[in-house]
Write a protein that binds this ligand. Structure first.
Ligand code: M6R
Length: 376
């Protein structure tokens, strides 16, 4: 079943280009054929009417996907979006707001806290004025799950079954769902001109082969790099903007399967405390993609280098400036910043995988973790 791969996780990392292709085919119609929006998620009209706010609940990697989603929903569709840990939100919800879309993100559809947060939201909105009624949406890889029974509408993510406990291809599938949702809302609300929408969708269509190129280039690079971290105890991951959640995800992947302490930070926050941790023993992985925050990330990375940290850059292939700053490069294709998370996460998955595999750990079944967390 592992089709020649040593672990399911590695196989699932390699399945990601196919997941993006399947999502493109399912969510995006031919642009010429489209009327109002080139996206088809089968969502009811009332989801779009006078939408004022979005609240998202999720845990773990799904929470990271939701943070990328927030960026897209706010920057593309102009809708104020809040992302909550489901375990927190269920006991301390935001004040009731009208015309609010509530989204639960869970690949398994069985995470107890996410289900409970949605149930709470559903209940407290029952019997309220129409504008306060719940508009509930689930994003899941298992529409037949408990989540599927609880919410009236689902965006079905198209990862196929994921066996490795560390989420990889389901994360990419969740990102695709958020791109589709944000672009659909942007089309309906006319917050982005049609030509720009078409440009973004065309960019998405290039992503599968760019992931393939990244995988090809990085398999041996990351494997090689993993040798150097046999004794490493701490890692820092930095990103900004749409790649901040990817820094969090890179750190979570490493923690989960290699048992190395890792923290993800928005790069600008470094100087507010974590910089005190840095020395030659603490490597720093920085995601630096040309765009709105590129120079900022580079200058934050330089601050880390000045503290003797080994600096690993996830950055485009032909970036001369970056190449000089970083001790090691995990190059990705040049890609629009807005689409970059789908690519930048791949080397971080591979890095975590190879470090854990090198340490001889049970990558697919890490200690103390289960594929779905059905208890509070
Ligand atoms: O099934 P869910 O997406 O609701 O799961 C949420 C988390 O338990 C999950 O993402 C967890 O953090 C993974 N092990 C991450 O790799």
């Amino acid at each position: 079943e592992k089709q020649g791969f040593k672990h399911f996780m590695l196989k699932e990392i390699y399945e990601q280009p196919g997941v993006v292709r399947a999502s493109l085919e399912a969510y995006f119609t031919n642009i010429e054929e489209s009327s109002e929006s080139p996206i088809n998620l089968g969502l009811p009209r009332e989801f779009y009417a006078d939408l004022a706010q979005i609240q998202i609940v999720a845990c773990g990697t799904s929470w990271h996907a939701a943070l990328v989603g927030k960026y897209l929903l706010e920057q593309l569709a102009g809708i104020s979006t809040q992302v909550h840990y489901a375990s927190e939100y269920r006991y301390a919800p935001s004040p009731l707001t009208p015309n609010t879309l509530i989204i639960g993100v869970t690949q398994s559809g069985e995470t107890a806290d996410t289900l409970a947060a949605l149930a709470m939201e559903k209940e407290r909105r029952q019997g309220q004025e129409p504008q306060y009624q719940a508009r509930l949406l689930g994003i899941t890889n298992r529409p037949e799950s408990s989540l599927g029974l609880m919410v009236p509408h689902i965006i079905n993510t198209l990862a196929g079954i994921e066996i490795g406990v560390a989420a990889t291809k389901t994360f990419i599938a969740q990102l695709m769902a958020f791109y589709a949702l944000a672009l659909d809302l942007a089309a309906h609300r006319q917050t982005v001109p049609l030509e720009k929408l078409v440009e973004i969708i065309n960019g998405l269509r290039q992503i599968p082969k760019e992931i393939e190129a990244t995988l090809e280039a990085q398999e041996s690079l990351t494997e090689h790099l993993a040798h150097d971290f046999a004794e490493t105890k701490d890692f820092i991951f930095l990103g900004r903007g749409i790649n901040f959640p990817i820094a969090l995800e890179g750190a979570l992947k490493l923690k989960e399967i290699s048992y190395i302490h890792a923290e993800g930070y928005p790069a600008g926050e470094m100087k507010h405390g974590p910089i005190a941790l840095l020395d030659a023993k603490v490597p720093v992985v920085a995601i630096a993609i040309p765009g709105s925050v590129y120079e900022k990330v580079i200058s934050n990375a330089q601050e880390a280098k000045a503290r003797d940290s080994r600096l690993i850059g996830v950055t485009p292939v032909n970036d001369g400036e970056a190449a000089e700053i970083f001790n090691d490069l995990l190059p990705v294709s040049s890609v629009d910043e807005l689409l970059s998370p789908i690519l930048t996460v791949v080397p971080l998955q591979l890095l975590a995988y190879h470090i854990a595999a090198r340490r001889g750990l049970d990558v697919d079944q890490p200690r103390n973790l289960a594929k779905s967390v059905t208890v509070e």
